[in-house]
Ligand binder design. Sequence first.
Ligand SMILES: O=C1O[C@H](COP(=O)(O)O)[C@@H](O)[C@H](O)[C@H]1O
Length: 260
Amino acid sequence: MAEITTAKTAGKKKEVEVFDSEEAVAVSLAKYTADLSEKFCKERGCFTVVLSGGSLIESLRKLLEPPYVDSIEWSKWHVLWVDERVVPKDHVDSNYKLAYDGFLAQVPILPGNVYAINDALSAEGAAEDYETCLKHLVNMKVIEASSVSGFPKFDLMLLGMGPDGHVASLFPGHQLCNENEKWVTCIKDSPKPPPERITFTFPVINSSAYIALVICGAAEAVAVQRALGKDQNSDVLPVQMVSPEGELKWFLDKDAASKL
Ligand SMILES: O=C1O[C@H](COP(=O)(O)O)[C@@H](O)[C@H](O)[C@H]1O
């Protein structure tokens, strides 16, 4: 039985739902994603979806099954990454490879609508190139521009979180958490390997229409407690900086929520 808490602060909706198991998270996440796909395909004629790496991809598995695999308008999806490791696309650390092998290869998304980073470039070059790609997609009106921030406004961002509270490749205490001009930036000293990565910045993340934060497992419980419990710590974790223009929904399994 899932527990749901909903709050509205300054017009922003935040919902936290705790599920009995990761399996129940995956079932609910598939319906949530499919419903948003239907809404945006109807309203805008396309659906911009931003993926994370890590455990998130496995939690998308129910989209590969009926009814969703047949009902979703996959040809209208445009898929991007909130962060990527600066490694070749066929490297075991590549977020693209993880998503391709575990999800994208099994659905009819148009290859031209999947925007991987250019793995022939340096970290700086890849970040600039990906920002240029985003600007092109905004000009083509594939990605909306936020009327509030001017940053790209993705329809749905699917975020995971590391045990240290990092999201995308924005790590606790790192100066990149405060970047407020660039759309995409690079990190060369990531505390989690591999060290070189590119990442969307918080202004882009927080311009999203919908964000799903998908967090499962006991290893994440302390960071979840700091973010959602009664925390006295004055250091703000990156996950606590996730605050979209639109709606934020936390999908937690009971292990991740065990310290709440
Ligand atoms: O390095 C990364 O880690 C986070 C969290 O991964 P998880 O396996 O703990 O869920 C992920 O969201 C990010 O995209 C990835 O590059």
